[in-house]
Design a protein around this ligand. Structure first.
Ligand code: PAF
Length: 282
């Protein structure tokens, strides 16, 4: 595994790889790798000739009161995992090269980035799309891989790719869950033993919504009330939102018909966790 820190060296590596007629699969991450990330790496290995994984904790996608400083950075463990997966390049740029002090160009996907998580985290998706676009320009991948746990993120990135004409295919993979259903996330590390036990209520709440919707319940208020009261029954959890939305436009739906995205975000202790399911209404 080659480690590249320099932006121009990365660009040159990609240019030469493509000149040799090889395809590049790219997995952008913020490190603290778990099985969710590794499922993306595996998919990239199957799909592309050369696999590049980036680790970069992106300062511009964190709000001023968020966890940029505390975000876990177990670099040695991450490197070991990626070595084991025998990827070609670990791209490890420095923050002052990606977002220097005078950085002032941003990409924003209008509307989609204001819904759901965008309400509580107004600059979040602008930070994500800006950095992902910059990485696309540096890594020049043919394929990139995102997890469906960050459902809104992958929808927004697909829209950016379409709107701005990036010649990149976005491939998404299902959420990887712990033994009890909790969605894998680097932020699960923030949970105390007690909070970790409590966090399972989020997946249970999604399953409750799925069960009600798939069994034909049409009253969205009734289901939302049950979901909210299930989550509310656990102390220390503060629900940010739970929505029933169109899986493409992310517009909230009132009529429960066809495919529906059930998505939520909640604060447990120091962690803000998100999760979602796609369900089929009758
Ligand atoms: O999903 C993430 O880990 C990040 O938002 C990403 C896509 C690597 C951009 O910083």
């Amino acid at each position: 595994m080659r480690i590249i820190k320099d932006l121009e060296e990365m660009q040159m590596y990609s240019f030469k790889t493509r000149c040799r007629g090889k395809t590049i699969g790219f997995v952008p991450t913020m490190g603290c790798l778990h099985e969710g990330h590794l499922s993306l790496v595996e998919a990239a290995k199957k799909k592309a000739d050369v696999v590049v994984v980036s680790i970069f904790v992106n300062p511009i996608q964190f709000g001023p009161s968020e966890d940029y400083k505390e975000y876990p950075r177990p670099l040695a463990t991450d490197k070991g995992l990626l070595e084991h997966f025998d990827i070609d390049v670990l791209f490890l740029p420095e923050a002052n090269k990606i977002t220097p002090d005078n950085f002032s160009s941003y990409i924003e996907v209008d509307k989609l980035s204001k819904k759901m998580c965008g309400r509580a985290r107004p600059a979040y998706f602008r930070g994500v799309t800006t950095i992902v676009a910059k990485f696309f320009n540096i890594v020049c991948p043919d394929f990139t891989f995102f997890g469906e746990k960050d459902y809104q993120q992958q929808i927004i990135i697909k829209k950016m790719v379409k709107d701005l004409g990036f010649a990149i295919k976005i491939i998404t993979l299902p959420t990887v869950r712990e033994f009890d259903g909790l969605a894998m996330s680097s932020r699960n590390q923030y949970l105390s033993v007690k909070e970790r036990e409590q966090a399972i209520i989020l997946y249970k709440a999604l399953c409750l919504a799925r069960q009600e919707i798939e069994s034909g319940e049409k009253n969205d208020h009734k289901i939302l009330l049950r979901v909210r009261s299930l989550i509310g029954s656990v102390p220390n959890i503060r629900l940010d939102y739970v929505v029933f939305a169109d899986p493409e436009t992310l517009d909230e739906v009132k009529t429960l018909r066809g495919k529906i995205l059930v998505a939520l975000a909640a604060y447990i202790g120091k962690a803000r966790l998100i999760d979602n399911l796609i369900v089929n209404a009758k």
